[in-house]
Design a protein around this ligand. Structure first.
Ligand SMILES: Cc1cc2nc3c(=O)[nH]c(=O)nc-3n(C[C@H](O)[C@H](O)[C@H](O)COP(=O)(O)OP(=O)(O)OC[C@H]3O[C@@H](n4cnc5c(N)ncnc54)[C@H](O)[C@@H]3O)c2cc1C
Length: 345
């Protein structure tokens, strides 16, 4: 039984011939949308420029068998539908509660978190959630959609290499707002909304250490530092042992150093980690990854964007609310709008 079955029968199946849907972007929001519309009987295609589905729900495998969640770190669930999906994932073992010690860190001073938040992670990596959301969808990876142009009553999609990606009646940009603008040219009002949304960048460093780092926390919000967050990977359930840490540059630091190379950034953030911990920690290896569009700041405060007249839409964390849960709910909202649009014809 698919791990994401909660979404499959959520929508009524509209009668009559259904529009062909193209979803650009296989992050959480695009996958949720695609699952729900597929479940409702729509012919759906999902295209993504990445190596596999997931977007910012990303896990990198190191040659030594250890993993790094270098995008989303964990997620929380407040909405009942999202909680139901999380419960279904937990039942089949692809998500679990992360009971790591969380707190704040400021120049060697540790303050454990007083909030009793329940934090979840994908198992064995955050990206597993994308894998199970993508089950049965036949996502096409490694293709960047560059153009969405009118062709009769339909939309023709073209890749950045000039490949004709065929026709669709409904096209959704499930991509970060700045990347959605060009894809929404056919619906200028939506493009203008996407232009309003801002996402802050984040430099993420994946660092390995020979010895355990002397810090009585597994995940820390870092104050007074170029870093904003650090996490001990092996403290998450289902991960290989080993002293691996993900270090996130703060939005301010990441923006100020955005155009530097990964080789320049990695040692500086490891040094900042040593200062934050207040000890002489040296990485055996540190690799930096730049997220140009990491976190919406602030989101638009609309669940999703859809224009039933043109069949163009957009969803993502920059619409409904930041984070994994916001992206999930944005995909759900847009699926409902697409079905309502068909019913209203
Ligand atoms: C460093 C970092 C830390 C984070 N920490 C947390 C956290 O702890 N908790 C939490 O809940 N959330 C966290 N988040 C946010 C969370 O990852 C996102 O909110 C969520 O994953 C967004 O999903 P999405 O579907 O909106 O977009 P994305 O995941 O960005 O998916 C968009 C997809 O579109 C594809 N794409 C873009 N343009 C094109 C194109 N032209 N053609 C084809 N494909 C295209 C991309 O390859 C990508 O796969 C973090 C994010 C980052 C980067």
């Amino acid at each position: 039984m698919p791990a994401s079955r909660v979404l499959d029968d959520l929508l009524p199946r509209p009668g009559g011939p259904l529009p062909r849907v193209a979803v650009i972007g296989a992050g959480v929001s695009g996958l949720v949308l695609a699952r729900m519309l597929t479940g409702a009987g729509f012919p759906v295609r999902v295209l993504d420029k990445g190596r596999g589905p997931g977007g910012r729900l990303s896990t990198r495998l190191h040659a030594d068998g250890g993993t790094f969640d270098h995008g989303a770190q964990y997620f929380t669930a407040r909405d009942p539908l999202f909680q139901a999906q999380v419960n279904a994932w937990r039942e089949v073992g692809v998500a679990a509660e992360w009971r790591g010690r969380i707190g704040t860190l400021e120049r060697g001073a540790v303050t454990p978190s007083s909030k009793e938040s329940v934090r979840y992670v994908g198992v064995p990596g955050m990206n597993t959630l994308a894998t199970v959301l993508a089950e049965g969808l036949g996502v096409r990876s490694g293709v960047r959609v560059e153009r969405v142009a009118r062709d009769g009553k339909a939309w023709r999609l073209t890749s950045d290499s000039g490949e004709d990606l065929g026709l669709a009646d409904v096209v959704v940009a499930a991509v970060p707002a700045p990347q959605a603008v060009a894809l929404l040219e056919g619906a200028p009002t939506l493009a203008a909304r996407a232009r309003e949304a801002r996402l802050t960048p984040c430099w993420a460093v994946m660092a390995r250490f020979a010895a355990p780092v002397a810090l009585a926390l597994d995940g820390a919000f870092v104050k007074d530092s170029p870093l904003s967050w650090v996490a001990r990977e092996a403290s998450k359930p289902g991960r290989a042992s080993g002293e691996r840490w993900v270090l996130h540059g703060s939005p301010e630091y990441s923006a100020a150093h955005l155009e530097e190379t990964p080789e320049q950034v990695a040692p500086k953030l490891v040094e900042a980690f040593a200062r934050a911990v207040g000890a002489d920690v040296r990485a055996v290896e540190a690799v930096a990854h730049r997220w140009r569009f990491a976190m919406p700041s602030p989101p638009l405060d609309t669940p999703a964007l859809y224009d039933a007249d043109t069949g163009l839409g957009a969803c993502g964390d920059w619409c409904a609310g930041p984070r994994v849960e916001g992206a999930f709910l944005s995909g759900v909202a847009l699926a409902r709008q697409v079905v309502a649009g068909v019913a209203g014809q």
